[in-house]
Design a protein around this ligand. Structure first.
Ligand SMILES: *[C@@H]1O[C@H](CO)[C@@H](O)[C@H](O)[C@H]1NC(C)=O
Ligand SMILES: *[C@@H]1O[C@H](CO)[C@@H](O)[C@H](O)[C@H]1NC(C)=O
Ligand SMILES: *[C@@H]1O[C@H](CO)[C@@H](O)[C@H](O)[C@H]1NC(C)=O
Length: 400
C-alpha cells in the first residue's frame, strides 16, 4: 500500500522562504531495490554538473529552473550534479575549509529548486579529474603546507589531504540551506552522496588504496549523516581478478565488486563511455563491448552485490568522427532497454542518467554529448519514453 504524499513545508524561522513542494521521504535501499516510502523506486534521470556553477551568477540562475522544468516535463526524477568546485578564488572552496558564501547559496538554490520540482539529487563531493579543482587541487594545497606528496594519488593516502577532504564532507553535509532552512544532511530531496566523480588510482592497481579510502571516507560520512544513501562514484572497472571484463583488460586501481561490497556503500554505479575507452575501435566494436559491459554489471550487482545499480553516465558525442544521431540513439537504446529489462522483472538496474542535459544559451558548456530537452528530437522522445516505462514499473507497486 502506498500513498503519494504532498507535504507543505512551513518554515517559521525568520527570513526563510515558505517552500511547498514534493517531499516524499528519503530514498533508502532494500536488497536490490531503491525504496521510497515503502515501495521500490525506479526512475530515469539526467546529469547537469553545472547547476551550482551557473546559479552562482544571479543573472543566469533561471537556467537552473529551466533545467528542472524540462526534466519534469520529460518525467526525469533523478538529477546528478557537483557539490564541489575547488581552487581558484571565487569558487566554492577557494582554499582548504574556506568557502565562498555566494557559491554555497547557489547550491542552496539548486536544492530548493529540486524540491519545487520533485527531482531527487545525487551530489558529488570531489572530482578525480582537474575540472573544478579535483584531487590534484587538494594535493597542491597540502604541498603548499609542506607535505611531500609524489603524485596526485596521494589524495587517497596523505593524512593532511584526507583531513581536508573530510572537512569538505562535513562542510557540505552540515550546511543549512539559506532558502529552506533545512540542513543538507536532513534534506530528503538529496537522494545520495557520491564520494568522488570517477575515482581511479593508477598508482595502485591492486585496488587496496582505493578500498581503504572508501572505507574510511564512507565511515566518516555515515557518522555525520544517517539519512542518505552513499555511492562511490565509480565508472565500474573491475579489479585484477576480473580485469578481462574491462576495456582493453586494463586495471584502474578500482574494483567494482570489492569497492561496492563495503557496507557503507548503498548502491553501485556504472558509466558507459566505450568511445572514450576504446578509441581505436569502430562504433560496432564499441557497441559490442558495451553490451557485455552492461550485462556483466547488472548480473554482478544482482547476483553478488545484492544492491541496486544506477547507470550514472552515458552519452555519445557529436564531435566524434563519423557521428550521426542514430548512433547516439542506438547507444541510449541499449542502455535503456537493458535497464528496463532488469526493472520490469524487479531487478537491480533502477535507472539511467544520460550525460548531459544543457539548456538553451549554454554554448560554452557544450561537450558534444549535450541534449537540450526543449528542442524536439528523436533522442528527447527516447528519453521521455524511457521515463514513462520506468514510472509504469514503479506504479505497479502502488496498486495492490
Ligand atoms: C535533523 O533532523 C532531525 C530529525 O528531524 C532533528 O532532530 C535534527 O535537529 C535535525 N538536524 C539539524 C542540524 O537541523
Ligand atoms: C552472473 O553472475 C554469476 C555470479 O558471478 C555467474 O556465475 C554467472 O555466470 C553470470 N551469468 C551471466 C549470464 O553472465
Ligand atoms: C549512421 O552511422 C552508421 C554507422 O555507424 C550507419 O550504419 C548509418 O547508416 C548512419 N545513419 C545515417 C542516418 O547516416
Amino acid at each position: 500500500m502506498f500513498v503519494f504524499s504532498l507535504f507543505l513545508i512551513l518554515i517559521h524561522e525568520q527570513g526563510l522562504t515558505q517552500v511547498s513542494g514534493l517531499d516524499d521521504g528519503f530514498i533508502q535501499t532494500d536488497g536490490v531495490h531503491f525504496m521510497l516510502n515503502g515501495a521500490p523506486f525506479y526512475a530515469n534521470g539526467f546529469n547537469s554538473y553545472w547547476l551550482m556553477d551557473v546559479a552562482s551568477n544571479p543573472s543566469q540562475r533561471f537556467k537552473v529552473t529551466t533545467a528542472f522544468q524540462a526534466a519534469v516535463d520529460n518525467s526525469l526524477m533523478i538529477g546528478r550534479t557537483w557539490a564541489f568546485s575547488d581552487g581558484e578564488f571565487n569558487l566554492l572552496q577557494s582554499s582548504p575549509g574556506v568557502y565562498n558564501e555566494n557559491w554555497f547559496q547557489a547550491l542552496d538554490f539548486v536544492i530548493y529548486e529540486a524540491r519545487k520540482f520533485g527531482v531527487k539529487l545525487i551530489l558529488s563531493l570531489v572530482n578525480n579529474f582537474d575540472d573544478y579543482g579535483g584531487k590534484i587541487q587538494y594535493v597542491e594545497w597540502a604541498k603548499q603546507q609542506g607535505q611531500q606528496i609524489h603524485n596526485e594519488d596521494g589524495f587517497f593516502t596523505n593524512p593532511m589531504v584526507k583531513a581536508f577532504y573530510k572537512n569538505h564532507i562535513k562542510a557540505v553535509l552540515t550546511r543549512r540551506n539559506t532558502i529552506t532552512g533545512v540542513v543538507y544532511k536532513n534534506d530528503s530531496m538529496i537522494m545520495a552522496w557520491e564520494l568522488m566523480n570517477e575515482p581511479r588510482c593508477p598508482s595502485d592497481a591492486s585496488g587496496a588504496t582505493i578500498q581503504n579510502w572508501i572505507s574510511e571516507m564512507g565511515g566518516y560520512l555515515k557518522s555525520i549523516d544517517g539519512n542518505h544513501l552513499l555511492t562511490v562514484g565509480l565508472e565500474g572497472f573491475y579489479g585484477s581478478s576480473s580485469s578481462q571484463k574491462n576495456p582493453n583488460k586494463a586495471p584502474h586501481g578500482t574494483d567494482f565488486i570489492a569497492n561496492n561490497q563495503i557496507p557503507h556503500i548503498d548502491f553501485a554505479t556504472v558509466h558507459c563511455w566505450p568511445q572514450l575507452w576504446l578509441p581505436k575501435s569502430d562504433n560496432a566494436a564499441q557497441m559490442a563491448f558495451l553490451k557485455h559491459w552492461i550485462n556483466d554489471h547488472i548480473n554482478d550487482t544482482q547476483q553478488i552485490l545484492r544492491k541496486p545499480v544506477l547507470f550514472k553516465e552515458f552519452g555519445k558525442s557529436s564531435k566524434e568522427r563519423g557521428y550521426n544521431v542514430s548512433q547516439r540513439n542506438n547507444l541510449y537504446n541499449m542502455v535503456y532497454s537493458s535497464i528496463y529489462a532488469s526493472a520490469r522483472t524487479n531487478g537491480a538496474a533502477a535507472g539511467g542518467l544520460f550525460w548531459q542535459q544543457l539548456v538553451e544559451g549554454m554554448d560554452n558548456y557544450k561537450d558534444g554529448n549535450e541534449v537540450i530537452l526543449t528542442e524536439p528530437s528523436s533522442t528527447v522522445r527516447l528519453i521521455s519514453r524511457q521515463s514513462k516505462k520506468l514510472s509504469h514499473v514503479r506504479r505497479r507497486f502502488f496498486k495492490d
